[in-house]
Design a binder for this molecule. Structure first.
Ligand SMILES: [Cu+2]
Length: 667
C-alpha cells in the first residue's frame, strides 16, 4: 500500500508499533449481498437477539447521562439537565484531571467520553478503557488493551443495559464489559479477511450492538479489496446477527485496486427503530499507479459517501442517498446523521468531509436543502485530461465537516464545525511540494437555520474545531489543536468563554449536569489564540464544573509557544567540522526542515523530540534512522554523506503525510 493514501479521517492515522496478533476473519451469520470475499456468506440467519431490556436502554433516559458518542439517539449533542449557560459559564473551572498518555501516532485521546450514573468512561487511542468517578476522577477500574488502533480512532464507548460496549479495533474485537467492574462478558472478533479493523464507537439499541469494519488496519489503509461492513451483534452474547457490505460486490469494477466503505461514527435511530448511518469514502484517492484520478473506479461508488437508512429487522436499506458520488478526493459523508422534526416534518441532517450540510426527508430520502460550508475549490472536479495535473482542493482531506455537528431545537439550528485546510493532489498522490501544514489551518463554526439551510451566523476560529460541537442550553462548545476550548453564544456566535488546555483537543466534549469533560490528548499546535502562558500538564481527561477553580483568561495576540518549545529552531546553515547540529521534532514537523552539511565528513546531529507524540528521523538514501523517540527523548546521530540532496522524514505512520519531512543538502 502506498502510505500517502492513508486515510486522514481526523488528525489521526494508523499507528506506530506492529506486532499484535492477527486474528482470523470472524464467523458470519447471514444476510448481506453476496460478497466473494466471504466464504460463509450463505449461512442462514437464525440468531435472534436476546432482549436485555427496553429498546431504548435506560441509560438514555437519565438527563445527566451521556451514554454514547453523540449523546442521544437523534445525535443532537445538546445536553440536558445542566445549568451551564451564557449567564453561568464564567464560573466553569477546574475540578480534576486524569493523565492519559497513550503514545499513539496522533495523540492520546480521540473518543467522546461517555457518562452514566456518575461514572465517566473514556477510551484512549490505544483502546484502553478507564472508568472514573465523575466528581473526583478516582479510578473505578481500568482495562489496558494497548492495541494499535487503525487510524488511532475515533474509538469510544457506549453504555447500555448496565454494560459498556467498545472495540479493540486493531485486532477487530467487539467487547462487552460489566459497567461496575470492567469484567469482560463477551468478545467477538469481526476482523475482515484483509485484516479490516474497527475505528468507530458502537451504537447499542434494542439489545443490538452496531459497529463497522473499515478498509484498513493498524499498519495502513486502502489496500485493494479492503471493504467496510456494518455488523449487528446480539448485545447479550456478541453473536453476529447480520452484516451489510457498504461497497458493491465487485468493488466498483476493480477489487484488486479499489477499497472503501464502512462507518467511523455510530448510527442514529428514529422513533420506528430505523438506523441512519454515514459511510466513508472510496479509495484509492486521488488514484493509483496506472489509475490516476479515481479511474480505477468509474461510477458513483455506492455506498461510499452515502447516508443509509436501514431496517435492522431485515438488514435492508429503506433508502440510500449518495451525497458525494465518484469522489476522487477523500471527501466522505462519515458523520452520524442528526435527526430532528422541523416545522412538523421529520428530517435528517447529514454531513462530512465534503463540506456540505444536507437535509433530507426521513421517510423518503428526498432532498430538503443542501448548504456548502467553508471553502470549496475543485472538489467537484470529475474531469482530468492531464493525469499529472496538480490540483488544489478545498475542503482538504481533513474536512470539511470533520467532526460531529450539533442540533439545537430551541433555536432551530443545525451547527457545523468546519476544518479549513486545502489538500494538493496530482493524479496518484498528495503533491509532495504541498505537504500538510497544520499551522495554517483555520476553521469555522457555522449555524444554519434548520428550516431552509440559510446561514444564521458563522464565526471564524483560529484553528479547525476538531473537538466537534457540544451544546449546553444557550452555548455551543468546541476546541482544536491550539488547546483553546471555547463557548459561543448560540444566538449569534459571539464568544462567551474560553479555556486553555496544556495540549491540543482532538476529541468531542461530554457534559453531565454541571460538569464538562474535555478529552485533551491531541498534539499542541499553537495559534495566535493560544494562551502565551500555558497551564502545566500533559494529555488527559480534564473535568471542569460550575464552581471549580476558574482559569485566568488571556488576551490573544502573538502565537504562543509550547512549554517544551525548542530554543534551537536553530542554525540551518550550521554544521561545520566537529560542531553538533540541533534538530528537533515538534508536533508535527521538523525544526529546522532544511539543513545543509559539508560533504565527506562526519557531522553530528543532536536529535530531540520536543513534541508530545513519538517521532523519529529517517534518511532512506543514507541508511540513517533514529529509534522512535518518546516526548522529551534525544538521540545523537552521525551522518557522513556524499554531495547531494536528500529527504529526511518521520516514519511514524501518518506523520510524513502530515508534512513531517525536510531537505538535507550535502555540499
Ligand atoms: Cu513523527
Amino acid at each position: 500500500m502506498n502510505d500517502v493514501q492513508m486515510s486522514r479521517r481526523r488528525l489521526i492515522a494508523s499507528a506506530t508499533a506492529a506486532g499484535f496478533a492477527i486474528a482470523g476473519a470472524g464467523t458470519y451469520f447471514g444476510r448481506s449481498g453476496s460478497n466473494p470475499a466471504f466464504a460463509q456468506d450463505e449461512v442462514a440467519a437464525d440468531a435472534t437477539p436476546v432482549a436485555l431490556g427496553p429498546a431504548i436502554p435506560d441509560e438514555f433516559n437519565v438527563e445527566t447521562n451521556w451514554p454514547y458518542e453523540n449523546l442521544d439517539l437523534s445525535a443532537t449533542r445538546s445536553a440536558r439537565g445542566s445549568t451551564i449557560s451564557t449567564s453561568t459559564i464564567s464560573t466553569l473551572g477546574d475540578a480534576w484531571n486524569f493523565p492519559i498518555s497513550a503514545g499513539a501516532a496522533f495523540g492520546s485521546l480521540t473518543a467522546n467520553p461517555t457518562v452514566v450514573d456518575g461514572v465517566v468512561f473514556v477510551q484512549d487511542a490505544a483502546a484502553n478503557i478507564y472508568a472514573l468517578k465523575a466528581d473526583t476522577g478516582e479510578t473505578v477500574w481500568a482495562n489496558m488493551y494497548n492495541d494499535v488502533v487503525p487510524s488511532g480512532g475515533p474509538n469510544g464507548t457506549a453504555n447500555a443495559y448496565g454494560m459498556v460496549f467498545s472495540t479493540i479495533g486493531g485486532v477487530g474485537d467487539v467487547i462487552a464489559l460489566k459497567s461496575d467492574t470492567g469484567e469482560e462478558i463477551w468478545r467477538t472478533n469481526i476482523q475482515g479477511p484483509l485484516r479490516e479493523g474497527i475505528t468507530t464507537a458502537p451504537l447499542v439499541y434494542n439489545s443490538i450492538v452496531y459497529v463497522s469494519t473499515i478498509p484498513g488496519h493498524s499498519e495502513g489503509f486502502y489496500a485493494g479489496g479492503q471493504r467496510g461492513l456494518i455488523h449487528a451483534l446480539d448485545a447479550a452474547s456478541g453473536t453476529v446477527i447480520w452484516y451489510l457490505d457498504t461497497t458493491t460486490d465487485n468493488l466498483w469494477g476493480n477489487p484488486t485496486v479499489n477499497s472503501g466503505g464502512g462507518f467511523w461514527h455510530p448510527p442514529s435511530v428514529d422513533e420506528e427503530g430505523k438506523i441512519y448511518v454515514g459511510i466513508g469514502n472510496a479509495a484509492p484517492y486521488p488514484g493509483a499507479e496506472g489509475f490516476p484520478f479515481a479511474s480505477s473506479r468509474p461510477g458513483d461508488n455506492d455506498y461510499a459517501n452515502n447516508i443509509l437508512k436501514i431496517d435492522p429487522s431485515t438488514a435492508v436499506m429503506d433508502w440510500h442517498v449518495n451525497i458525494n458520488p465518484a469522489d476522487p478526493f477523500d471527501l466522505d459523508n462519515q458523520l452520524t446523521p442528526v435527526l430532528a422534526e422541523v416545522d412538523g416534518r421529520k428530517v435528517v441532517f447529514t454531513s462530512g468531509k465534503h463540506g456540505y450540510v444536507v437535509c433530507l426527508d426521513r421517510s423518503t430520502g428526498e432532498l430538503v436543502w443542501r448548504t456548502p460550508v467553508g471553502t470549496h475549490k475543485n472538489d467537484d472536479r470529475r474531469d482530468f485530461p492531464d493525469p499529472n495535473e496538480v490540483i488544489e482542493v478545498w475542503p482538504g482531506t481533513l474536512g470539511g465537516v470533520e467532526t460531529p455537528m450539533a442540533y439545537d431545537a430551541t433555536n432551530n439550528l443545525i451547527i457545523a464545525p468546519v476544518y479549513e485546510l486545502a489538500s494538493w493532489y496530482n493524479g496518484t498522490e498528495f503533491d509532495p511540494d504541498h505537504p500538510f501544514d497544520f499551522t495554517i489551518a483555520t476553521g469555522l463554526v457555522v449555524a444554519l437555520n434548520a428550516t431552509d439551510g440559510s446561514v444564521a451566523w458563522r464565526t471564524q476560529t483560529a484553528t479547525g474545531p476538531l473537538a466537534g460541537l457540544t451544546i449546553i442550553n444557550d452555548v455551543v462548545l468546541s476546541g482544536g489543536l491550539d488547546g483553546v476550548v471555547f463557548a459561543y453564544n448560540i444566538a449569534d456566535g459571539s464568544e462567551v468563554w474560553k479555556y486553555q488546555l496544556p495540549v491540543g483537543i482532538n476529541a468531542p466534549i461530554a457534559v453531565s449536569g454541571d460538569w464538562v469533560f474535555l478529552p485533551g490528548g491531541g498534539p499542541l499546535i499553537p495559534t495566535a489564540a493560544t494562551n502565551p502562558t500555558l497551564p502545566a500538564g500533559g494529555p488527559g481527561l480534564f473535568a471542569l464544573n460550575l464552581g471549580g477553580t476558574v482559569q485566568a483568561t488571556w488576551t490573544a495576540g502573538e502565537a504562543a509557544t509550547p512549554e517544551a518549545s525548542p530554543e534551537s529552531a536553530a542554525s540551518p546553515e550550521a554544521g561545520g567540522t566537529g560542531e553538533a547540529m540541533a534538530l528537533n521534532a515538534v508536533d508535527i514537523a521538523f525544526q529546522p526542515n532544511t539543513m545543509t552539511i559539508p560533504a565527506g565528513q562526519d557531522v553530528t546531529i543532536n536529535f530531540t523530540n520536543m513534541g508530545q507524540l513519538p517521532h523519529n528521523f529517517h534518511v532512506d538514501e543514507l541508511g540513517v534512522a533514529s529509534s522512535d523517540l518518546e516526548s522529551g527523548a534525544s538521540e545523537v546521530l552521525t551522518i557522513n554523506a556524499a554531495a547531494g540532496t536528500y529527504q529526511y522524514y518521520c516514519s511514524i505512520p501518518g506523520h510524513k503525510d502530515a508534512g513531517m519531512v525536510g531537505t538535507l543538502t550535502v555540499q
